[in-house]
Design a protein around this ligand. Structure first.
Ligand SMILES: Cc1cc2nc3c(=O)[nH]c(=O)nc-3n(C[C@H](O)[C@H](O)[C@H](O)COP(=O)(O)OP(=O)(O)OC[C@H]3O[C@@H](n4cnc5c(N)ncnc54)[C@H](O)[C@@H]3O)c2cc1C
Length: 341
């Protein structure tokens, strides 16, 4: 990692692990570790999940969000901290169990992007296209952290496009009621406005070397990373069938076919299964209920021979974990997911 003249470089020593240099000005401990190629445990990177808990054995950090929901009261009493919400103030010694499975597959990079286009794709979901001067690299299924004007902390959004040698990043953002980040993204940012984006992050990326039939399951705005996975798999894994499940509340939320029907094999090798949980009127004749129940109905005991990718709200993730890992005994190495906390 190189540091500019303005950056203060500090040393992080991991007890019984590697030590590394980090730029103290901007980065959280977590992002500094990942930029240095360290397998620091993490999942959401935005204070919600608690996967990056650590103990501070020496030195000082600034707590960026003391009320972050990723730490319980018990954690706080035991002196635990979140690496994604700890900014380095000087050299530190930390206790955390690093693991190779968390090593970043691509080194994350922070750079400036310009908002080029924004289009509403349903009543509450927008597709946004940002462009950087340099080409961007990421794997299908990964996410980035967006710095938004007037919003405290960063927000995680998954790329919906695939890296193609250009500087394009596309996101599908669902406007959440009273949400600060989505307010800026869906209504506030002007076309041509510049923001900083840091990425890529995440482990739920497409495993192209695995030839098992693919199952993508998207809940709401979980559509974005699943679209990226399906786009790449449809283009390059030409012998692999893809079942794409899209779960949403009512028929006005349906939109996956707008994107998927442009892909090779749509309706044949690539099958879309829409599932509506609360149909509002009489105009819905398709599958109704929870998306995980429909996955079980369609895939059933074939699950052990499939590669699963899924993204969406925590309840959907938990239901799928229970279905696949506990009931259907799918090997955890065949399951890749992001929880939108
Ligand atoms: C890995 C991942 C990928 C995601 N991908 C998508 C996607 O593709 N599309 C999509 O629509 N949504 C996605 N989300 C959800 C998204 O990150 C936001 O949580 C959601 O859009 C609501 O944001 P908001 O700012 O409008 O809501 P708010 O309620 O204002 O903020 C909620 C989010 O902000 C963080 N936060 C709140 N306060 C602070 C603070 N003081 N300091 C730091 N952080 C704070 C929370 O941890 C939470 O992530 C993803 C989430 C994760 C974890």
């Amino acid at each position: 990692m190189s540091a500019s003249a303005a950056e203060v470089v500090v040393r992080v020593s991991v007890e019984q692990g590697e030590s590394f240099a980090a730029a103290a000005t901007e980065d959280s401990l977590l992002r500094a570790a990942l930029r240095a190629g360290i397998g620091f445990p993490h999942e959401c990177s935005v204070g919600g999940c608690g996967a990056c808990r650590f103990e501070l054995l020496g030195g000082e950090v600034e707590d960026l969000w003391p009320e972050a929901p990723g730490l319980s009261e018990r954690d706080r009493k035991r002196g635990k901290r979140l690496a994604c919400q700890s900014r380095l103030r000087g050299d530190v010694r930390v206790k955390v169990r690093c693991d190779d499975s968390y090593r970043p597959v691509m080194s994350p990079r922070r750079q400036a992007f310009v908002l080029r286009q924004r289009e509403m794709i349903t009543h509450d979901m927008a597709e946004l296209s940002f462009e950087a001067e340099d080409a961007v690299t990421f794997l299908p299924g990964q996410y980035a952290l967006l710095y938004l004007p007037g919003v405290q902390g960063t927000r995680a959004y998954s790329m919906s496009n695939v890296a193609d040698g250009s500087g394009l990043l596309q996101f599908i953002v669902r406007r959440t009621p009273d949400g600060k980040g989505t307010g800026v993204l869906v209504e506030g940012l002007a076309i041509g406005q510049r923001i900083t984006i840091d990425g890529p992050y995440g482990h739920a990326y497409l495993r192209e070397q695995v030839e098992r039939p693919i199952v993508c399951i998207a809940g709401g705005s979980g559509l974005a990373p699943m679209l990226s996975v399906a786009r790449r798999a449809a283009a390059t894994m030409t012998k692999v069938p893809i079942d794409f499940f899209f779960g949403c509340r009512d028929a006005s939320d349906l939109c996956a076919d707008t994107f998927l029907k442009a892909l090779p094999g749509f309706g044949d090798r690539l099958r879309l299964h829409n599932v509506v949980s609360e149909p509002a009127g009489d105009d819905w004749y398709g599958a109704t209920g929870w998306v995980h129940d429909e996955v079980d109905r369609v895939i059933g005991d074939q699950a052990v021979a499939r590669e699963f990718y899924f993204a969406g709200p925590p309840l959907m993730i938990e239901s799928l974990q229970a279905l696949l890992m506990v009931r259907r005994k799918v090997d955890f190495r065949q399951i890749h997911f992001d929880r939108f906390v």
